[in-house]
Design a protein around this ligand. Structure first.
Ligand SMILES: Nc1ncnc2c1ncn2[C@@H]1O[C@H](COP(=O)(O)OP(=O)(O)O)[C@@H](O)[C@H]1O
Ligand SMILES: O=C(CO)[C@H](O)[C@H](O)COP(=O)(O)O
Length: 550
């Protein structure tokens, strides 16, 4: 193999896109570049000032294209790599991030007539305003005993494709009528790169309810809403390609944006979480990878089929060919810590942090690390962005129990870190109880930089933590898939062994702290079931009061 061959991976995250130039031979990351989206997340208003209701989260497609025009050439230049050395480009995206387009791929929000229409914009994964539609999708599927429902742990999320599309139909029928294709951003960006719309098997399965070669039937869709009957045939259906397949060759236009050579392999789209598994060399059954950032996704391949209540989805080959791919997740993790830093970080703390040269997270983490387990007297529920697994309810909200006049910011911060660890333990236990063993826990994503958080996860789960050996796990995984699409590696397992990176046993559980956490976890589970399983519906009632008041 030519040792100079390279591939480019581009990770489209929540706030930015990151491009990495990777050597095919050994996965060496030669250089990377990041481009922040100019519009970030539209959660209060459209670019023209049109206000948005609560729980909305939209994006602007031109921001994604800008990543191709800026971050890719910057990364190439920084790597000192010539275009001729690069044999392929692969991408991954947040999901389900989904948008309405015309038949030629033009986003509806780019048509002047629709620029002020919120439903014409891409709905980001954390757009949580379609919970009502998701509730009806689930209730009807349960009533009709739809076979696909068990593949989603018994409940489809409001984040997924059908709930978001139904919301468009019901709230802006004109936008729905003009929508010629309803597609994942993961596939739209590949379309922009190679000029072909190919639907990827990962989002089709996890986010598009495509199971065993079919979507939910038109009879079922008609029962949801008469005008929804043709949704699959008219707007969704598209040939599906497997992960690591070549979607096409880079177009002349995309070559001029990126500085790459026209015609090189463009890999089929993929999801940020799923693509990270091979980057962390998680290619064997039972290796769970938790990608921890704004949110956490738990992805795992297994040779066992089990119906795990409340998981996001199980898809045959959804992560790796030949194995069942499982996904579960927590919709808010880093986002919750970020919310606390924005709202609960007093001026005297900011001054102390500045004097110590620490950012607010590092400052609160350092203070929280001085405490013994349980010393703050708090327990929290990590539902500030709803609950994706195992309750699948985005109308749930956060709780902190035990606050007194002596409670300090670092106490709450630590309780929030712990709450997310309890959420992960709840998910791991759901898998094991369903007979799908979790043999190893590997952590990836930006939050690996918080050593206290990592130690809390080891203690709470009573498991040694392996860490991915890259700060750009999704981009590395996308690059590895590009290497497969370009024929530089025969399959993703071979690519993973050559290019992936993992370090084992980086954090080990401490038996004393783990025992102390067992007591707090028991309290968490009591609150979890009390507020989350209907004993006290106060969170739903408060949401209704908020809607009526606004
Ligand atoms: N040291 C830290 N400890 C805990 N949370 C942090 C820290 N630094 C940033 N965060 C939070 O992590 C999130 C960013 O995670 P990151 O992995 O960088 O991004 P993304 O998920 O978009 O890829 C933000 O929500 C931020 O509030
Ligand atoms: O649900 C997803 C994958 O299935 C999203 O892509 C994810 O939750 C967003 O990721 P991040 O926290 O890294 O922005």
């Amino acid at each position: 193999m030519n040792p100079e061959l390279c591939v480019v991976g581009v990770d489209f995250g929540t706030l930015s896109g990151r491009a990495v130039v990777v050597r095919v031979r050994d996965g060496a990351e030669l250089a990377s570049a990041e481009h922040l989206y100019a519009h970030a997340v539209l959660d209060r208003e459209l670019p023209d000032g049109t206000p948005l209701p609560a729980d909305w989260a939209l994006q602007v497609p031109a921001d994604w294209v800008e990543v191709l025009r800026t971050a890719v050439p910057e990364a190439l230049a920084a790597a000192g790599v010539r275009a001729e050395q690069v044999v392929g480009i692969g991408t991954d995206f947040t999901a389900c991030t989904v948008l309405p387009v015309l038949a030629d791929g033009t986003p509806l929000c780019e048509l002047p007539a629709f620029a002020a229409r919120p439903h014409a914009y891409p709905k980001l994964w954390k757009h949580h305003a379609a919970q009502g539609q998701a509730d009806r999708i689930n209730a009807l599927a349960a009533e009709r005993k739809e076979a696909w429902l068990e593949r989603y742990g018994g409940k489809v999320s409001s984040e997924w494709e059908f709930a978001k599309a139904l919301q468009v139909l019901e709230e802006d029928p004109e936008v729905y009528r003009r929508t010629e294709r309803w597609l994942e951003a993961a596939d739209w960006i590949v379309w922009r790169l190679c000029g072909r719309y190919v639907r990827n098997a990962c989002t089709a399965g996890y986010k598009g309810q495509y199971q065993d070669g079919r979507y939910p039937s038109s009879e079922y869709l008609a029962a949801l809403h008469p005008d929804f009957a043709g949704f699959v045939a008219d707007k969704l259906e598209q040939p599906i390609a497997q992960l690591g397949d070549r979607a096409g060759g880079l177009t002349a236009e995309a070559a001029s944006w990126t500085g790459l050579a026209e015609g090189i392999a463009v890999c089929v789209g993929n999801v940020d979480a799923h693509v990270t598994a091979p980057a962390a060399v998680a290619v064997e059954p039972g290796q769970m990878v938790a990608i921890m950032g704004t949110s956490t996704c738990h992805v795992m391949s297994s040779d066992r089929y089990g119906t795990v209540p409340g998981m996001c989805g199980i898809v045959d080959g959804g992560i790796l060919p030949g194995l069942w791919g499982y996904e579960a997740g927590q919709s808010g993790v880093g986002d919750i810590f970020g919310w606390f830093v924005r709202t609960g970080f007093p001026a005297e703390y900011a001054a102390a942090a500045e004097a110590a040269g620490q950012d607010p997270h590092a400052h609160l983490t350092a203070l929280a690390a001085r405490q013994k387990v349980g010393e703050h007297g708090l327990v929290a529920l990590d539902w500030h962005s709803g609950n994706r697994s195992v309750l699948v309810d985005h109308d749930l909200s956060g709780v902190i129990v035990g606050q007194t006049l002596a409670t300090r910011p670092e106490d709450v911060y630590r309780a929030l870190l712990e709450a997310t660890a309890f959420g992960t333990r709840t998910i791991v236990e759901a898998f094991e109880t369903a007979g799908v063993p979790v043999r190893e826990l590997i952590i990836a994503g930006g939050l690996t930089r918080n050593a206290l958080l990592m130690q809390i996860y080891a203690d709470v789960t009573r498991r040694p933590l392996s860490l991915i050996g890259s700060t750009q796990g999704p981009a590395l995984g996308a690059a590895m898939h590009a290497a497969v699409a370009a024929g530089a590696h025969p399959d993703i397992r071979t690519a993973a062994r050559a290019m992936g990176k993992v370090e084992r046993g980086v954090y080990l559980p401490d038996p004393h702290r783990a025992a102390a956490y067992d007591r707090l976890y028991a309290e968490y589970r009591t609150l979890h079931d009390y507020f989350g399983r209907g004993a006290n519906d106060v969170m739903h009632r408060l949401r209704r009061i908020r809607t009526e008041a606004s």
